[in-house]
Design a protein around this ligand. Structure first.
Ligand SMILES: NC(=O)c1ccc[n+]([C@@H]2O[C@H](COP(=O)([O-])OP(=O)(O)OC[C@H]3O[C@@H](n4cnc5c(N)ncnc54)[C@H](O)[C@@H]3O)[C@@H](O)[C@H]2O)c1
Length: 309
């Protein structure tokens, strides 16, 4: 990657701009909303200053100067060899923006979409140069959480996935490849399983929102920050994963059987969860708490950089 474009500069697009710029790559940054174009540089600078404090970058100015905010999509993408699309997760918006991007890019450019769950084939079918598109789904914020899911559409040129995988590794991200399209990919299917269970347990009155959150923050989440569910269970029985499956497989099967009829998150349930969350964190404090989360992540990323894996 020598020249990158970021299209859509909200939460995720701004984070992507930092990922590319901190690796030394010039970024042309476009958002359709002029307010975002005006405010993004100072938001990005604030994140970079925090990163500097945690030793994650050396120089704020050098990184910030690589990000050039431009006034048109064509100007952003025309010379890019890689485009990261991060506009709203709405089908009509994704379809329109991919048509615009496809018409304006070089023939050999690659376009990764940050889509959280909609497969690329749903919104790139009629885009010009559709074989250059795929999903490159990050975790928020992408400059602090390195995982990226690469999901090709059936028509994505086969050389793109290995190229983008290597490029993401060079950027310091951790790419995984999803072999076939599936709604929600891997990450949000795993997250969805956990969230659906959390809502159901809350709805059944089994625990408070805060206690369900504590179960992850002070329980499962500690191990999950450096190992996945398969490795976790491999270490949780003396004879490894096979032993664990024999001991606890039937329990998990019974639990799964009991959830054959999933319920949507009802307005009434949402109201009750909201009431408990707002009692813990008033709405006006959401932004400050997100900045706190990012600083906690920075401390943790810095710690992980000095560990053996
Ligand atoms: N927020 C998350 O946790 C998260 C995580 C991973 C992936 N994503 C995905 O990343 C994408 C962006 O999400 P976000 O959370 O940054 O949303 P956001 O609302 O913060 O930002 C979206 C931005 O896209 C801009 N935009 C809309 N239409 C545009 C167009 N035609 N051209 C240029 N810019 C346009 C908007 O002005 C807005 O600033 C979505 O696909 C989302 O699903 C989000």
């Amino acid at each position: 990657m020598k020249q990158v474009a970021v299209v859509g500069g909200g939460l995720v697009g701004s984070g992507w701009a930092i990922v590319f710029a901190r690796a030394g790559i010039p970024v042309r940054f476009f958002d359709a909303n002029e307010d975002i174009r005006q405010t993004a540089p100072s938001c990005i600078r604030a994140s970079l200053s925090d990163m500097r404090e945690f030793g994650l970058i050396d120089d704020v100015d050098i990184v910030a100067q690589r990000i050039d905010v431009v006034d048109s999509l064509v100007d952003a993408v025309a010379a890019a060899d890689y485009v990261q699309e991060s506009v709203f997760e709405r089908l009509d918006v994704k379809k329109a923006v991919c048509a615009e991007i496809g018409a304006a890019i070089r023939d050999d450019a690659v376009v990764g979409s940050s889509s959280s769950g909609i497969p690329a084939s749903i919104f790139t079918e009629h885009a010009p140069r559709r074989s250059r598109f795929l999903i490159a789904h990050p975790v928020n914020p992408p400059h602090l959480v390195p995982l990226v899911e690469l999901v090709p559409a059936p028509w994505t040129d086969p050389e793109i996935v290995p190229w983008l995988r290597a490029a993401m590794e060079q950027l310091g991200q951790v790419p995984i490849v999803v072999n076939r399209e599936i709604e929600g990919f891997i990450l949000n299917r795993l997250q969805g399983a956990l969230l659906n269970e959390a809502w159901a347990l809350f709805d059944a009155g089994l625990a408070s929102v805060a206690d369900i959150d504590r179960t992850i923050a002070h329980g499962l989440g500690l191990r999950w920050s450096f190992m996945g569910p398969f490795e976790t269970i491999d270490l949780n029985a003396p004879g490894g994963v096979e032993d664990y499956a024999q001991r606890l497989g039937p329990l998990y099967h019974t639990i799964a059987e009991a959830r054959r009829d999933p319920k949507p998150w009802s307005p009434e349930m949402i109201e009750r969860v909201t009431a408990e969350r707002r009692a813990e964190l008033p709405k006006q404090d959401l932004r400050a708490r997100s900045a706190w989360r990012d600083r906690r992540l920075m401390a943790f990323v810095s710690h992980k950089q000095h560990q053996p894996i």
